[in-house]
Structures are given as structure tokens and as C-alpha cells.
Write a protein that binds this ligand. Structure first.
Ligand code: GLA
Length: 505
């Protein structure tokens, strides 16, 4: 690859010695720091410095961004600069000193422990981006016929982040096959970021030390009756700074197919350094075409955080699901903000093509069981992909019961494939309704407030008067006919989830 050095991988090691730019003592040049990820790859940061007297200008280049430096100053053998002006609360301050031929740079971030890096002089190519490849003309990618109901499975990111490895994926597959998750419909076992190394001389993507044999891993997962998913980026780097698919879309799709991969999550990340947002559709289409050309059924999951109204074109690029938001975290605030914000885009969900409000946090410990039941209920009403994000090796029976509740899963997976919508909001109480096949309805009565709320539902409001029976899903109780009103109490941050069916069907 021309004109830049890679941030991770074995294939291109930055030559960090013997290239001296500028006069002795002058900081001017490209300084490269390489921090081992622990899997044979490195995370690179390039400091592009420009010394003029006692002032310092330049930029800090990470795999996913290039930030101009502010307030750069030199004082003898020490120097400092910042990532943004002092008024920016997210400003990062860098304090450095010369240490022989190297720079020692301490990164000071608000609320985080200081981190010290060593940087050596790098070649002129260090941190430079590859040449821009113009995005293709738009054309519709034919539907791949997959994901007629929202995909269900597990993904490594929420719990394991960079610690995911072959042994973990096998253990999760074992657990899913044995603990009822597979029987409940969770089929995809998806490896998120940090499996990649660099490329071999023919451009083929390599796995890092954590994944010694991806084909063998796929065989193992398949032998359990499950499917294997993987992750990449249309940019040169993933969000965690690993090798992306930029310029290698066709090679990578072929490699995934040869390994036996069944699902790809494709994450915008560093593509933002090369393309403008309005080019996203064409850039995603490229991988949609490449996956299709392999002839292997591979679910295509778009991850670009809901930008550019992706729900309007995600299906046209061959997408089976598309993220509608930034990253979820394991808090009531994050989950409820995302979940209750999905109403308006409901009409765009349909069999084969789903809005994705991000993966489940159920069981990761940051919410109460009532909140996790709300998370599960809301995602089911939204016809959202159900990708568990917890450690299924150590999952408690209570959490497993939330994840595998058959009635809730049936709401999510209903063949009609219609995303539910908010029918009513009254203070902290929200009523969401999802039409189900056979004229049935799932009704979620949610309480976002801090105290239990009494709620009365009138059959008029629901347009379900006469001839309907009701089931309380979490109580696992048939409640009999729905009368003129139904009164209940919904716990703080909790839900009463009902399925209402016509007695005539
Ligand atoms: C982004 C995505 C996450 C996860 C990480 C991995 O933040 O939105 O879901 O894939 O990248 O680096």
C-alpha cells in the first residue's frame, strides 16, 4: 500500500530509526509511537511536529482521526501541546521531553490516568493516508434473502472489547448450544473488532495471535449448529485501530466466504478520514456487492451510527440491518435514551432489513433486572436485532430467563416484521404497540420515572374493544378477556408487556 504506514499488523513495520528530519535538537518531523496491543499488533500514534523557535504546530494522527495541535510550546528540552483550545472540556494535553533520540510524551486526559508513550522519528510516510479511491456509482444491490426476522445471536464487543479471542468464542458457542440460547433462536456468534492483523504480500487479510485459525473456528461454531460473524471497516482502520478493508473489499469478502463467515458488521470508523458522509451509501454498496459476489449467504450489518438517514438506503446497498445510533453503554440512561428514541424510523423496518438500536447490554451488571426487562421488551417491540452482549459462560439463571423468554422473542421475531411505535406518552409513562401477525398486538407499558406508576389502559385507546384476550408476558399469566379498561402498576424503570389476541382467530 502506497504512501502511508499501517497502524497495526505485522506486514508493515514502521521504520522508526535512522531517518532524521530537521536540525539536531529541532522537534520538526514525524514521530511515531507504537504501543503493543498484546496480540502481535500495535496501536500507532503519529505526532507531526513543526518547530519554529519556541512554538510548536502540527497534528496528532491516530488510526481514526487527525487532530491539529493547539498551544504548542517548547521550553529547553521539554515541550507541551494540546488537542484543542483550553475552552474545550475534552482537551487532551501532551507533555513531552527529549530522551536521547526519542521523545517521551505523557498524555493528560481529564478523568483518566496519565499515559506515557515513547515516540521515535518515523519516515515521511508515517501516518499518511492511502490515496483516495473514488466511490462507485450507485446502483441497487439485490436483496440477499437473509434475515427475514431480526438477526439473533451474540457479539463480543460490549463485554470483551479487545480481550475477545478464539477460546472465548468457542466457550461462548459451547454455552449457547447448552444453555437454551440456541434453542431460543440466538444463532450468530459474532466477533467484533480486534481480530485483525495486517495483510500478506498478496493483500490477504491476516488474523492476529488471538485467532490462530479462523476457518477452524468457523467449523467449530458450525458444528454446534451456530453461525459465525466477523467485523471490519470500509476505512483503512477499524475503530480500535486495526486493519480495515479499504481497497480490499473484494479480497476480504472472498476471504470471509472461504473461512465460512456468515455475518459481517461493517463499521465506518476511519472511512471518515477519506470520505465525506454523503459518500457513505456508495462506500457501503461496494462491500454489499463484494459479499454478494462471493455467493455465500452473509448477513450485512451496517454500522455508521445512524448518519445520513441510513434507514432510507440501507436496504439498497444490500444491508440487512443498520445501526441507528451511537454506541450503547450498560446504563439506564444510555439504553432508555436510545430505545425510546426509535419511533419515527419504524416504517423503514421490514423483513430482511432492520433498524438496529445497538446490541444488548442485558447481564453486564450496570442495570437492574427490571431495567434489563425493559431493555429486552423495548428491543422486541422495535423488532430490533437481538445480539446478547454479555458473558454467556457465567450468565445467571435470572439473566438467562430474560434473554430466552419465548413470548418476548416471539414478539421480536413475529413474521409480520413490523416495528412497533409509541402510541401514547403521558409524563414518564409510554405505551408502545407492535402489530403482530393474525391481528394480535404486543403492548409495552413502560415507566421511565423514578417511582412506580399506576396506569389504566382503555380498550378504546387501543382500538381493541370486544373479543380480545390478554397475556402478561413477564408474569407468564393469561389475564383473560380485555374489558373496557385494564389497570396495572408499572415499577420504576419497568415494563408491563402484554400480548392481546383476537378470540376469533
Ligand atoms: C464502534 C462500534 C461498536 C464497536 C466498536 C469496535 O464504536 O459502534 O459497536 O464495534 O466500534 O471498535
Amino acid at each position: 500500500m502506497k504512501g502511508f504506514s499501517r497502524f497495526s499488523g505485522f506486514a508493515a513495520v514502521v521504520v522508526a530509526i535512522g531517518v532524521v528530519a530537521g536540525a539536531a535538537g529541532d522537534l520538526t518531523g514525524r514521530w511515531v509511537s507504537r504501543v503493543p496491543n498484546g496480540d502481535g499488533t500495535f496501536r500507532e500514534t503519529v505526532f507531526v511536529l513543526n518547530q519554529q523557535g519556541t512554538t510548536l504546530t502540527g497534528s496528532v494522527i491516530s488510526p481514526t482521526s487527525e487532530q491539529p495541535i493547539a498551544d504548542g510550546a517548547i521550553d529547553g528540552d521539554t515541550f507541551s501541546f494540546a488537542s484543542a483550545p483550553a475552552t474545550n472540556p475534552r482537551r487532551v494535553v501532551y507533555r513531552g521531553a527529549r530522551a536521547g533520540d526519542e521523545l517521551r510524551i505523557t498524555i493528560v486526559r481529564p478523568g483518566r490516568p496519565d499515559q506515557t508513550l515513547t515516540a521515535s522519528r518515523g519516515p515521511d510516510s508515517a501516518g499518511r493516508l492511502p490515496d483516495r479511491i473514488p466511490p462507485p456509482e450507485l446502483h441497487p444491490v439485490p436483496d440477499n434473502g437473509l434475515a427475514r426476522t431480526p438477526p439473533m445471536g451474540w457479539n463480543s464487543w460490549n463485554k470483551f472489547r479487545g480481550a475477545v479471542d478464539d477460546a472465548t468464542v468457542r466457550a461462548i458457542a459451547d454455552a449457547m448450544a447448552a444453555n437454551g440460547m440456541k434453542q431460543a433462536g440466538y444463532i450468530y456468534v459474532n466477533i467484533d473488532d480486534t481480530w485483525e492483523a495486517g495483510r500478506d504480500s498478496s493483500g490477504r487479510i491476516l488474523t492476529n495471535r488471538k485467532f490462530p485459525d479462523m476457518k477452524a473456528l468457523a467449523d467449530y461454531v458450525h458444528a454446534k449448529g451456530l453461525k459465525l460473524g466477523i467485523y471490519s471497516s470500509p476505512g483503512p482502520f477499524t475503530c480500535a485501530g486495526y486493519e480495515g478493508s479499504y481497497g480490499h473489499e473484494v479480497d476480504d469478502a472472498r476471504t470471509y466466504a472461504a473461512w465460512g463467515i456468515d455475518y459481517l458488521k461493517y463499521d465506518w470508523c476511519s472511512a471518515a478520514r477519506i470520505y465525506r458522509d454523503h459518500e457513505m451509501q456508495a462506500v457501503y454498496q461496494k462491500m454489499g456487492d463484494a459479499l454478494r459476489a462471493t455467493g455465500r449467504p452473509i448477513v450485512f450489518s451496517l454500522c455508521q451510527y445512524g448518519r445520513q438517514d441510513v434507514w432510507k438506503w440501507g436496504a439498497d446497498v444490500g444491508g440487512n440491518l443498520w445501526r441507528t445510533t451511537g454506541d450503547i453503554s450498560d446504563t439506564w440512561e444510555s439504553m432508555s435514551r436510545i430505545g425510546f428514541n426509535q419511533d419515527e424510523i419504524a416504517p423503514y423496518a421490514k423483513p430482511g432489513h432492520w433498524n438496529d438500536p445497538d446490541m444488548l447490554e442485558i447481564g453486564n451488571g450496570g442495570m437492574t433486572e427490571a431495567e434489563y426487562r425493559t431493555h429486552m421488551s423495548l428491543w422486541a417491540i422495535l423488532a430490533a436485532p437481538l445480539l446478547a452482549g454479555n458473558d454467556l459462560q457465567t450468565v445467571s439463571p435470572e439473566i438467562l430467563a430474560i434473554l430466552t423468554n419465548r413470548d418476548v422473542i416471539a414478539i421480536d421475531q413475529d413474521a409480520l416484521g413490523q416495528q412497533g411505535r409509541r402510541m401514547k406518552k403521558d409524563g414518564d409513562v409510554e405505551i408502545w404497540v407492535k402489530p403482530l401477525s393474525g391481528g394480535a398486538r404486543a403492548i409495552g407499558v413502560f415507566n421511565r420515572g423514578g417511582a412506580a406508576a399506576p396506569v389504566s389502559l382503555r380498550c378504546d385507546d387501543l382500538q381493541l374493544c370486544g373479543g380480545y384476550t390478554m397475556r402478561d408476558v413477564w408474569a407468564a399469566k393469561d389475564l383473560g378477556p380485555l374489558g373496557a379498561t385494564f389497570s396495572t402498576s408499572v415499577p420504576s424503570h419497568g415494563v408491563v408487556l402484554l400480548v392481546v389476541r383476537s378470540v376469533r382467530v
